[in-house]
Design a protein around this ligand. Sequence first.
Ligand code: ZN
Ligand code: ZN
Length: 285
Amino acid sequence: MEQELSYGSDYKFIPATSIGSGVGVSVAADVYCHTIQIVNICLVGAPGAKEFVLVDAGMPGSADDIIALTEERYGAGSKPQAIVLTHGHFDHVGAIIELVKHWQVPVYAHELELPFLTGKTKYPEPDPSVEGGMVAKMSFMFPNEPINIGHQVNPLPADGTVPHLSGFRWIHTPGHSPGHVSFFREQDRMLIAGDAFITVRQDSLYKVIIQEEEINGPPRYLTTDWQAAWDSVKKLRDLHPSTAITGHGVPMSGEPLTMGLERLVNEFAQIAIPDYGKYTDRNPH
Ligand SMILES: [Zn+2]
Ligand SMILES: [Zn+2]
């Protein structure tokens, strides 16, 4: 079965980083958020716990770092019970094949994301022409070919539960990608939002590097359905999250999160949707 696991043909290390790279923060007693270059992964499970889950799988080439991190938190030889994915973009599945081979654990993702994870469909090409600075302009080098993790990946259960992540439910938040999901825990209103919205302006290389806190729409160069992305942000705002971990940028909580989300919902067209680019119809070209 192992030979069917493969990255896309354009898979490669991406030389992008931020001030937060290698830094982690405990967002709750059992939720840890760690930055790999420019993307966040999440470990859910208290330190030393026997059972924990990894949310998203980092940048290409980061498997050793992720394994070291989990062993530091949960002990030598520890492994998560599952890897759950917010979506399948390269910066969220960058180390997944090494991790799956090392740990032999199941992966879960939304049904609509499975074609991109089983070698069937490639993502639309990133749009380097989109309005918005250096990261967008770098995006031509971002991989968009599908990876193939074959039978290791399973659809999230239709009832909204998340395997091995008790207390959390998944919420379909498409727009940035068709099967994008966020994870929400009612008990403490903890939201793991993936790239449904992010807390850094990824269209500014400077702000990516310094990780200045600012709620923004999904990364522009890979978002293809802006109306769905807007609806997804509304859905997440309506959950009234008290803390949010996003795929890019620092975790936010309380008033700045509430205000930032409200502003994003109300001014989505101005804040999030690019003025030009191939996936925006406001200014088709
Ligand atoms: Zn993404
Ligand atoms: Zn991302």
